[in-house]
Design a protein around this ligand. Sequence first.
Ligand code: TYD
Length: 219
Amino acid sequence: MERGQFITFEGGEGTGKTTQAERLADTLNAMGYETLLTREPGGTFGAEAIRDLVLSGTQDRWSGMTELLLMYAARIDHVEKLIRPALERGVWVISDRFADSSMAYQGYARELGKERVKAVHMAVMDGFEPDLTILFDLDPVLAMKRVEMRGEDLSRFDSETMAFHNTLREAFAEIARENTPRFEVLDASASREAVETRILYFLAQRYPMISEKLLDETG
Ligand code: TYD
């Protein structure tokens, strides 16, 4: 059986990636590709427990390094128990955030430094990488308006300063430049429909069989 594809969505807070991840999973399932939607930190029972630890509480609850190691502890469980077995069964996996978030948030925004995050990544991930990563790029001022409009409780990260969110945006842009073949960068200020179409276009460019299905649908 052909291995499934592993697609990750990355970006700052309030960029709309969660909604789009749901839409893409629905579309792929409707096309006949069994698709699993998951998220980080989280995705498995153990990783969701770590998620609660790392996202709640006060800003200074964890140091950057503790945060990084908690994220990777959650990630290892997620990859070993859920993602890798699904891909091997031929299932496509979409993850709302993955390792690039650790580089952007802990490496850049929490100032641990690229090299340390890379060292942890190399030590524990055994070369495992997404096949495609879609970066949702959006001005943090707009993004924070969206987060406020959602009216949910803010996580430890949502309530960071604007400087933190600006650093994150730059960080993700740099990570995308350094990993060009894996990344597609998306202008997340466009309408939901336009963003959804753009994502399908990225997939159609990479996967000829998806391009054929889209052409069939549009007649
Ligand atoms: P979530 O509420 O899912 O935010 P979003 O909707 O923006 O994805 O919370 C996940 C938070 O965890 C988010 O602020 C980013 C942060 N995070 C890290 O700091 N490092 C990581 O490795 C991951 C996966 C997430």
